[in-house]
Design a protein around this ligand. Structure first.
Ligand code: SF4
Length: 282
């Protein structure tokens, strides 16, 4: 079993905005909030999007009330839709494709999210049966990203997610169990906090290794210097969580968007596939 394949694929999933026609700034419906200063309907270009598809306030997004734009990460779905599905035709020049392009983008985005999770799962030392199932699932997802626009629009995403979710749960169980046995065998503390509401709670310096925090609410929680290795963060809300000095080096299913939405510093340890946000300061 070659676990490096999953790692390489996960690390390669990076947005290339120069190869995208500003799809996140156009296709999505965004409600006005503290993260986005205006309301923008799906399919309507943001007024800050320039004719060359660059953002005219790119360097001042946070100061001007567009923090959400610095958090968003399509993992490369934007360039796939722009360059592969629609063969480099941009929606300004070819307005007849714009509607389909904008509807394909959120579907592609979800396929890429699933690919990222499955690729990460493949990078772990799971048993051979699970490894093979993950591999088959990854190939199926990758094939889907190359479909024509109409076939992409016909994908039933919730149904697509079901088998992926089963495999990710199995991966999480296997990896966290081995870590629990290795690091904390005699400690019978609770490890399952799926969906827990820990908004604003204080876990400064705590050992939370191998805890299941799927779908948990960690908004503004203090996780400073906490040991978060082996924690399953899938779907957790980490907005404004304090991750300064925390060890997330082997946290599971953590995304760039979750990291971008949290607060950290140069002492925060991140998995190799995630980048330290430029606005994290010591
Ligand atoms: S503010 Fe800039 S980055 Fe954000 S949606 Fe508008 S054009 Fe895109």
């Amino acid at each position: 079993m070659d676990h490096s394949i999953g790692k390489k694929i996960r690390e390669s999933l990076q947005a290339d905005c120069q190869s995208c026609f500003g799809l996140c700034c156009t296709a999505l419906n965004i409600a006005a909030s503290s993260d986005f200063a205006i309301h923008k309907a799906a399919g309507t270009p943001c007024p800050n999007l320039q004719s060359d598809f660059n953002c005219q306030i790119h360097s001042k997004l946070r100061d001007q009330g567009f923090k959400g734009c610095t958090v968003f990460d399509c993992l490369g779905a934007g360039q796939q839709v722009s360059q592969t599905t629609f063969h480099g035709q941009d929606w300004r020049k070819y307005s007849e494709i714009s509607d389909r392009m904008f509807r394909v983008f959120p579907i592609m985005e979800q396929l890429y999210e699933m690919i990222a999770y499955v690729a990460e799962a493949l990078s772990y030392k799971v048993d051979s049966s699970l490894f093979n199932k993950l591999h088959i699932q990854l190939e199926q997802l990758q094939r889907a990203t190359d479909l024509e626009a109409d076939a992409l629009l016909a994908i039933d995403i919730p149904n697509f997610r079901l088998p992926v979710n089963v495999l990710l749960l199995e991966t999480s169980e296997q990896i966290r169990q081995s870590l629990i046995v290795k690091t904390n065998g005699k400690n019978s503390r609770k490890y399952d906090y799926r969906g827990v509401d820990w908004i604003g709670k204080n876990f400064k310096g705590k050992d939370l290794r191998a805890t299941d925090l799927r779908g948990s609410y960690l908004i503004a929680a203090n996780l400073q210097n906490a040991d978060l290795r082996g924690v399953d963060f899938i779907g957790a809300d980490l907005r404004d969580a304090n991750l300064r000095g925390a060890d997330l080096s082997s946290s599971m299913f953590l995304t760039q968007m979750q990291i971008n939405s949290a607060q950290g510093n140069h002492q925060t340890k991140l998995p190799s596939h995630l980048n330290r946000p430029s606005y994290w300061v010591d």
